[in-house]
Every structure is written in C-alpha cells, then in structure tokens.
Design a protein around this ligand. Structure first.
Ligand SMILES: Nc1ncnc2c1ncn2[C@@H]1O[C@H](COP(=O)(O)OP(=O)(O)OP(=O)(O)O)[C@@H](O)[C@H]1O
Ligand SMILES: [Mg+2]
Length: 259
C-alpha cells in the first residue's frame, strides 16, 4: 500500500513588513514600506544618508511604534510588542554606533548579553546552573565571530573591526532567528570591512535570516540575496543585486545624493 505523505505546511516569510509608516510631528520619515524576507535570506537595505534605513530597523525592532502598517515575525504579528518581547521571539539587532562595555573582557561582554536574554525564563526552565548556559552560549558566539582566543582581552582595546565582530557575538549569543544589522561596518577601516562582510556571509550561510543596512552598495552586492533601496523614506525598489545595480532610478536617486 502506498504511504500517505503529508506535505509540509507552507512556510511564510521569516519577517514581513507591510505598509509601514512613521514620522515625527508633521515630518514623514518612513512611508508605506512593504518588504518580505524569506527564512534564510540575506536582504541588504541601502540608500543615501537620511533615507530612513535606521528608522526602518527601529520600527522592526520596536524602538519606534509605527503610525501605519504591521510587522510580522515568523508568522506572528509583533507590531505592538516591546523590543525585549521581540528579542525573546527570535529577533536580534545591532546598532549603528558601538554598544559594548569597553572596560570588560570579551567573554564578560557576551556573557552579560547571553544572561540578559536567558534571564526572563530561567525559573521556568529550572536550570540548576543557569550561568553555564550563558557561558556556553557566550563561548559559542565568540567562536563564530573568530574571537574566542581573545576572550580575556579588554573590549575597549579591540580594533574597530573586532569591536563590530564582538557586537555581532553579543547578538548571536541570544540565538536569533532573524538578525537586523544597522551598518555593521560603520567606523571600520577599509581593510577590516571585507572580513566583517565575509563573517556576515558566513552567518547567512549557516541559516540565519539577515536584514543588513549598509549605505555603500559595493560591499553588499556579493553577499546579498536581494537588495532593498530606500530613498526619502520609501522603498524605491527591491531586487537581485544585478537588478538593483542596473536600475536607472536607483542610479539617479542614489548617486545623486552621494555624500
Ligand atoms: N527621532 C527623530 N526625530 C526627528 N527626526 C528624526 C528622528 N529619527 C530620524 N529622524 C530623521 O529622519 C531621517 C531619516 O533618518 P534615519 O536615521 O532613519 O536615516 P538613515 O537612512 O539611517 O541615515 P544614515 O545613512 O545617515 O544612517 C533623517 O532626516 C533624520 O534626521
Ligand atoms: Mg542609519
């Protein structure tokens, strides 16, 4: 007799933003942004200074409440959840400016982040030595960014590029399903930029869904599945790197505003 095989349930996007809008007073900063990111996809958001890229990340991560639209994470509407509740559901983010404890060691920095993430549910899980979980996650995260051997160095003494890697380790230690990276190469020297982009490519290859903001298009074309172009608060287009690079509207909007 033939075996009855149940087809797998259709998998929706890992992240879905629909009609998202936000502003301050009478100023519209993000307008009608719709973007779906599939599980395992790496989508880069590019656009000139002031285009609204960070504001979009802030809306997705819950720093700002949108005026219009919705944010769905792994099928769940998270539009009204606080940032910490979004983190607990698998949304991780880094910030455009450094967010480390410079006087602590690398492992202390990551361990604190891992502990903060585990904190809320420890008593429910009744883990006898919860510190060990945080420690294990912290070491695994440092290993993934290539900094485990420097675990006892002081964070403040790292190069800019290694600081940004450490920030990635902080967010990875929470084992996010969807990772939002706001200019992960900001402030990093040209020589250190490509290794950082390569590292993000490795996280992507390992299955993490990533939305990465970067205003220099040339750094994202090789590593991105798709590129979304923001301009004056709106999404100008979303497409493959090739589509975006050859689009006339992108060229004029982007190059015309280059700093
Ligand atoms: N809280 C706020 N209050 C007032 N204006 C804001 C606020 N946040 C952002 N803006 C304005 O909204 C616009 C978009 O800012 P945003 O930081 O999102 O741009 P961006 O694309 O990330 O730029 P950059 O490439 O410089 O990081 C800018 O003109 C900025 O000054
Ligand atoms: Mg920004």
């Amino acid at each position: 007799m033939e075996e009855v095989v149940t087809p797998p349930a259709p998998v929706g996007p890992a992240l879905a933003v629909a009609g998202l809008g936000w502003g301050v007073g009478g100023m519209v900063i993000v307008e009608d942004v719709t973007l779906e990111v599939a599980a395992g996809e790496l989508v880069s958001v590019i656009g000139p200074n002031g285009a609204g890229k960070t504001s979009l990340i802030n809306l997705i991560s819950g720093v700002h409440a949108p005026r219009t639209g919705t944010v769905r994470l792994l099928g769940e509407d998270i539009t009204r959840l606080r940032p910490a509740d979004r983190t607990q559901r698998g949304l991780g983010r880094t910030f455009q400016t450094a967010s480390l404890f410079p006087g602590l060691t690398l492992i202390e920095n990551v361990r604190l982040a891992a502990q903060a993430h585990l904190g809320g549910s420890l008593h429910l899980l009744a883990v006898p030595r919860p510190d060990d979980v945080a420690q294990r996650r912290a070491e695994a995260a440092l290993e993934r960014v290539g900094l485990l051997q420097r675990r006892d160095d002081i964070a403040g003494r790292l190069s800019h590029g290694d600081k940004r890697k450490l920030e990635l380790a902080l967010v990875i230690s929470a084992e996010p399903r969807v990772l939002l990276l706001d200019e992960p190469t900001a402030g990093v020297s040209v020589e250190e930029t490509q290794p950082l982009i390569d590292l993000i490519g490795q996280l992507h290859a390992a299955g993490t869904t990533i939305v990465m903001v970067e205003h220099r298009m040339e750094f994202v074309v090789d590593v991105s599945d798709r590129i979304a172009v923001m301009h004056e608060g709106r999404l100008l287009m979303t497409g493959t790197p090739r589509d975006v690079m050859t689009d006339d509207r992108v060229r004029s909007a982007y190059l015309g505003h280059r700093a």
